[in-house]
Each structure stands twice: as C-alpha cells, then as structure tokens.
Design a protein around this ligand. Structure first.
Ligand code: DX5
Ligand code: ZN
Length: 221
C-alpha cells in the first residue's frame, strides 16, 4: 500500500495570504488541493488559473486542481499553462472521454470525480485511464460541511478493482475529513486525503495535518 498523502484544500486558507498559509504546511503535506469554482456548476466562485500561476511560483508542492466548473474544456489549457500538476473534472459535466484525453495530452495527471449522489458506476469504466479518482464526501460548493460516510462504499469498490487489476489510479477523498474520520477513510482504501477547514481552520495547521496523517496511517497498520 502506498503511504497516505495529504492535500490541504486552499479554499479554507487565507486568500489574502495564500503563500504564507502554504508555507505553514509545506513540510507536512504532499499536495495542495486547489478548488476552482465557476458560480455555475456550483453556487460559489473561488479561484482559477491566475492563482495557480502565482502558487506555482511559490511552491513545488503538487498542485491538485479540482475543477467544479460547467465547461472544464474551456479552461484545461489555461490550468496546464499555469502549472497545474493534476486536473480533476466532474463526470456529471459529461464529455468525459475527450476531457480525460485532453488532460493527459497536456501532460497533467488525469483526475475524475463524482458527487455523493452520483453512483460509482458512472466512474468505474474510466478507472484504468485515470491517475486520480476523487471521491466527494460532501456536495461540492463549500468547505466546512459534514462528512457523508456512505461514499466510503465507493472507495471500497474502487480499491478492490484497482488492486485486482493493478491499476495506477490513486483514490482521493474530499470533503468533511477531520482527524476523527481520517482513519475510516484510510481503512476504506483512500490514498490521498483532502482536508480544508480541518487544516487551515486549525490554530496550528501543520500540527493538524500531522494528526490527520497519524490517524490515517494508524488505521492502515
Ligand atoms: C468542496 C471542495 C472541497 C472542500 C473541502 O466543494 O471540493 O475540497 O474545500 O473542505 P473541507 O475539508 O473543509 O470540507
Ligand atoms: Zn475539492
């Protein structure tokens, strides 16, 4: 089993001091989860390629871009150009085949995600073509929501297929993850943990990240 990776979500960081918040956790995380929202796919508007370009200059951490946008095809080139390492799109927006091909052609890691209400069957056919399967454990749009434990069934199902077929795909969980449920996520088979408010909402974000990692690793032991 691969060691657990942490991907703190910048949506919960201080947007007036993003680079400072990144520096506070850099030694304790592997990825930065960049939540891009367009005000159409979700009723919220966050950050886009210009902020990714600024982050690229400020950190070597893996920039894990989660596109909660209605027309991701219009933005892929700009995110890749800005320095995204991974780009994840929602299966709900359709056009999945060509979106995955285009992300790969841009040289980025290919991610596919689904809402809690969307069945795992919508993503299963693509598991052998993606680098990251992002399982949403909250309805997209906002940080600070409550974790939806039922989605761990999708993690378990994907884990079984990935292990049985030796696929490269990593499973990432996103939404409402805290120190108290990180172990459940890891035990279900998650490789990468997104945590926004649990990390950047903490008095000591680095310590919060370390506690989440410790609980996840302990659950796998
Ligand atoms: C929600 C985003 C999540 C969210 C996670 O639409 O995709 O990444 O920011 O934040 P927490 O960990 O606070 O739920
Ligand atoms: Zn996200």
């Amino acid at each position: 089993m691969r060691p657990v990776k942490l991907a703190p979500s910048l949506l919960a960081a201080d947007f007036a001091h993003l680079a400072d918040d990144v520096a506070r956790v850099s030694d304790d995380v592997e990825w930065l989860h960049v939540d891009a929202m367009d005000g159409h796919y979700v009723p919220n508007l966050s950050i886009g390629p210009p902020v990714v370009a600024a982050l690229r200059k400020a950190t070597d951490l893996y920039l894990d871009c989660h596109l909660m946008v209605a027309n991701p095809g219009d933005l892929l080139d700009m995110f890749a150009e800005a320095g995204a390492d991974g780009i994840t799109v929602h299966v709900e927006v359709g056009d999945t085949d060509s979106l995955l091909d285009r992300i790969a052609a841009l040289g980025c890691k290919v991610g596919l995600t689904l809402e809690p209400a969307t069945p795992f069957a919508a993503v299963e056919p693509f598991l052998d073509r993606i680098d990251t399967f992002l399982v949403m454990s909250v309805k997209t749009g906002f940080g600070g929501q409550a974790f939806i434990p039922d989605v761990l069934d999708k993690v378990r199902a994907a884990r079984k297929i990935i292990d049985a077929r030796g696929l490269r795909c990593e499973i990432e969980i996103d939404g409402g993850v805290k120190a108290h449920n990180a172990g459940d996520c890891a035990a279900a088979g998650v490789d990468v943990i997104v945590a926004g408010t649990a990390v950047f909402g903490a008095a000591d974000p680095a310590a919060a990240a370390r506690e989440i990692r410790a609980n996840a690793e302990a659950a796998r032991a």
